[in-house]
Design a protein around this ligand. Structure first.
Ligand SMILES: Nc1ncnc2c1ncn2[C@@H]1O[C@H](COP(=O)(O)OP(=O)(O)OP(=O)(O)O)[C@@H](O)[C@H]1O
Ligand SMILES: [Mg+2]
Length: 622
C-alpha cells in the first residue's frame, strides 16, 4: 500500500513537472521532450519534426501557424509573417529594422516604445505576440503527443542575443501561457545533446548557421557531465535569409535588365521569389544546377504577362554568397581568439543549423578547422533536444549535469563624457554579479542617472542601451564626495538586473532591465550631452590616480623643456629625432591618461622618464 502510494506520488510528480524544450528558430521551430532518458523530437500533426516559424491571418480573420501558414504565403503575402525572430527585441530605428522594412512583404510599423509592430489586417501585433503564436503551436504539438497539458518550457535563443532580445523572448513565452523556466543558448543546447550520456571529454566548437543567425561557441565538455562554455560570439543578422536575399537580388537584377521592371514592388512576386530562391538554394546542396521557373510573375504595362526563368549553378551561388561564408569564418577566428585556443586544440566541430548542409560551408569549416566536421547530430533537431535535456535536468535537480554558460557581451554603464564603463566583461560565466563604486560628477548633485548598456565599444553611444533609472535623494556634497555603488547581476537566463546604492545613506534603486524602455540612439546621444549633470563619474582608484599624477608631472616637465631642446639641438639630425621622439611620447602618454587605464599609463610613464632624462641631458649640457 505504502509503496503504491509512493509510486502514484512519483507518477503525479512526473505528470506535474514535464518540461518541453523549444527551439524557436527564425525559419523553423522544433519541440522535444525527454522520454525515458532519451531526448525525443515531437512531430507535429502533419508528421513533420519541425514547424515553419510562420504566422498568418486570413481574410476571415483566422490565425494560421506553421506549414498551413507557409502554404498560403504567396496569395496572402501581406498578412504572412516570417523571420519575426530577426525583429525581436530590436529598436525601431535600428539598422536591422530598416533593412527588414525594405525586404519584407508584410507591414512593419513603429510601436509606442520605440519598438517594432507588425500590422496584419488592420491590427497591430508586437513581435513577442507573433513569436508567442509559434510557441503556442509548439506547446500544442507537445500536448497532443503527451495527451496532457504542458506549461513548463526551456526556450533557446542565439548565444549572441542581447538582454533586450532575451527579455522579449521570455515575454513571448509568457504570452503563450508558458512558464519559461530557463532560456538557454542554442549552441550550448546543441552541445548538451551531443554530449548527453556519452561521457565525452573534449574541447569542441559548435558552428550553428541557421535561417537568421550565426553563432559559434567553444566549449569544454568534461567527463563528469560538465559543459563549460569558454567563449561565444556570432552575428544575429547572418543566416539562410541572407543567402536567399543574394539569390533574390540576382533574380531581380536579371529581370530588371531584361524587362525594365522592378519585381520588388509587387509583394506577391517578392514572396514567390523568396520561395523560389530558398528552394533553389537547398537543391544546390545536392545538385549542381537548379532551374527557377516563375510563370506569370508580373504583368507589364502592356498587360502582357511576363515569366521569370533562370538557371542557377552551385558555382554561381557560391560566388554570390562568398562574403557571407567568409564572415562565418572570420567570426569563428574571433571565437578562438576569445577562447585563447589554437585551432589544433579543438577536438571536434559540431555542425548545427539547416544552412550547414551547404557544401561550400562544410568545405570552409573543414579548411578552417583543419578537420572534417562532425555530422552525427541532426542539424535541425539537436537544439530542441538539448533544451529538453536541460529542462528535465532542472526539474529533477540532476547534479550529474552542470551547465556553465557565458554572457556574449560586456555589460556596463555610461559615465560622464559618454564613456562606457564596463562592469562585466564578455565571456564571463553566468550567473554572475559585479559591483563598482562611482562618484558624483558635480557639486551638490542630488540625483544620478544610471544608464545601462551592453556592448563591446569603449564609446557608450556605440553600444546597445538596455535601460536607465535615476537614483535620487543623494546628500549634498562636493563633486566626487558621494559614493554610489552600482551592482550588475546576470542570471542563468542571461538576463540583467542592476542595483545602485548611495554607500553613505543606503538609499537604493534597482531595476530589472526591460525591453520596453526603449530609447533611440539619438536620445542616448542627447542624454549623454544634456543630462551630463546627472551622470556618474568613475571613482578614481588609487592606482589610476597615482599613475595619472606621475604621468602628468612628467608631461609638464618635458613640455617645459621642449622649446629649449629644440633650440639647442634641433638643427642636427639626432636633435630633430630626439624632439620627434619626445613629442610622440607625450602624445602616447596623453592618450593613455585619457583611457583611464592605470597599467597603460604606467607603461607610458617609463617612456616619459627616458625622454625626460634625455631632455635633461640636453638642457643641462647647454
Ligand atoms: N539542404 C539545404 N541546403 C542549404 N540550406 C538549407 C538546406 N536545408 C535547409 N536550409 C536552410 O537552413 C535555414 C534554416 O535552418 P534552421 O532551421 O536551422 O534555422 P532556424 O533554427 O530556424 O534559424 P536560427 O537558428 O537562425 O534562428 C534556412 O535558411 C534553409 O533554407
Ligand atoms: Mg536554429
Amino acid at each position: 500500500m505504502l509503496r503504491s502510494q509512493r509510486e502514484s506520488a512519483e507518477a503525479e510528480k512526473d505528470h506535474m513537472e514535464r518540461v518541453i524544450g523549444i527551439d524557436l528558430g527564425t525559419t523553423n521551430s522544433c519541440v522535444a521532450i525527454l522520454e525515458q532518458q532519451t531526448p525525443t523530437v515531437v512531430p507535429n500533426r502533419g508528421g513533420y519534426k519541425t514547424t515553419p516559424s510562420i504566422v498568418a491571418v486570413t481574410e476571415a480573420g483566422k490565425r494560421l501557424v506553421g506549414h498551413i501558414a507557409k502554404r498560403q504565403a504567396i496569395t496572402n503575402a501581406e498578412n504572412t509573417v516570417y523571420a519575426a525572430k530577426r525583429l525581436i527585441g530590436r529598436k525601431w530605428d535600428s539598422p536591422q529594422v530598416k533593412n527588414a522594412l525594405m525586404t519584407t512583404s508584410y507591414n512593419i510599423v513603429e510601436g509606442p516604445h520605440d519598438d517594432v509592430r507588425i500590422e496584419l489586417r488592420n491590427k497591430t501585433y508586437s513581435i513577442p505576440e507573433i513569436s508567442s503564436m509559434i510557441l503556442q503551436e509548439m506547446k500544442m504539438v507537445a500536448e497532443e503527443y503527451l495527451s496532457e497539458p504542458v506549461t513548463k518550457a526551456v526556450i533557446t535563443v542565439p548565444a549572441y542575443f542581447n538582454d533586450n532580445q532575451r527579455q522579449a523572448t521570455k515575454d513571448a513565452g509568457a504570452i503563450a501561457g508558458l512558464d519559461v523556466i530557463r532560456i538557454i543558448n542554442e549552441p550550448t543546447a546543441a552541445a548538451l545533446a551531443y554530449g548527453f550520456g556519452k561521457n565525452v571529454d573534449a574541447t569542441v566548437a559548435v558552428f550553428d548557421l541557421g535561417g537568421g543567425t550565426f553563432d559559434i561557441s567553444i566549449l569544454e565538455i568534461g567527463g563528469q557531465g560538465v559543459f563549460k562554455v569558454i567563449a561565444t560570439t556570432g552575428d544575429t543578422f547572418l543566416g539562410g535569409e541572407d543567402f536567399d536575399a543574394r539569390i533574390i537580388d540576382w533574380l531581380v537584377d536579371g529581370f530588371r535588365a531584361e524587362h525594365g521592371i522592378d519585381l520588388r514592388e509587387d509583394r506577391m512576386a517578392l514572396q514567390r521569389l523568396r520561395d523560389a530562391a530558398e528552394k533553389a538554394k537547398c537543391e544546390l546542396s545536392a545538385v549542381h544546377e537548379a532551374e527557377i521557373n516563375l510563370p506569370f510573375i508580373i504583368s507589364a504595362a502592356s498587360n502582357e504577362a511576363l515569366h521569370l526563368q533562370a538557371s542557377l549553378t552551385r558555382a554561381k551561388l557560391e560566388e554570390l554568397t562568398e562574403d557571407l561564408i567568409e564572415r562565418c569564418i572570420e567570426i569563428s577566428k574571433q571565437a578562438l581568439e576569445d577562447a585563447q585556443l589554437g585551432i589544433e586544440e579543438i577536438e571536434d566541430v559540431i555542425l548545427v543549423g539547416g544552412m550547414t548542409r551547404m557544401p561550400a560551408i562544410q568545405r570552409a569549416v573543414q579548411d578552417f578547422f583543419r578537420r572534417a566536421p562532425n555530422r552525427s547530430v541532426h542539424p535541425d533537431e539537436v537544439v530542441a533536444m538539448g533544451a529538453a535535456i536541460q529542462g528535465a535536468a532542472l526539474i529533477e535537480d540532476k547534479r550529474e549535469m552542470l551547465l556553465l554558460d557565458v554572457t556574449p557581451h560586456a555589460l556596463g554603464i555610461m559615465t560622464f563624457g559618454s564613456h562606457f564603463e564596463e562592469l562585466i566583461p564578455m565571456n564571463t560565466t553566468v550567473p554572475t554579479s559585479m559591483s563598482k563604486t562611482f562618484t558624483t560628477s558635480r557639486d551638490n548633485q542630488t540625483a544620478v542617472k544610471i544608464i545601462v548598456m551592453q556592448g563591446d565599444s569603449k564609446n557608450a553611444e556605440d553600444n546597445e542601451l538596455l535601460g536607465e533609472f535615476i537614483l535620487t535623494g543623494l546628500r549634498r556634497a562636493a563633486k566626487g564626495q558621494v559614493e554610489i555603488e552600482v551592482t550588475f547581476e546576470i542570471n542563468t537566463d542571461g538576463i540583467v538586473s542592476v542595483d545602485a546604492r548611495d554607500l553613505e545613506t543606503g538609499q537604493a534603486q534597482s531595476i530589472q532591465v526591460t525591453a520596453s524602455s526603449g530609447l533611440t540612439p539619438d536620445e542616448v546621444r542627447r542624454m549623454a550631452s544634456d543630462a551630463s549633470e546627472f551622470m556618474l563619474e568613475r571613482k578614481a582608484d588609487d592606482a589610476y590616480e597615482s599613475a595619472k599624477q606621475r604621468a602628468e608631472t612628467l608631461i609638464a616637465s618635458i613640455d617645459g623643456m621642449m622649446a629649449e631642446v629644440e633650440r639647442s639641438v634641433g638643427g642636427a639630425d639626432f636633435g630633430r629625432d630626439a624632439v620627434e621622439k619626445g613629442r610622440r611620447a607625450l602624445d602616447a602618454a596623453r592618450a593613455a591618461v585619457q583611457s583611464r587605464d592605470a597599467e597603460a599609463i604606467l607603461e607610458q610613464v617609463q617612456r616619459l622618464e627616458r625622454t625626460e632624462r634625455m631632455f635633461r641631458g640636453v638642457v643641462g649640457g647647454t
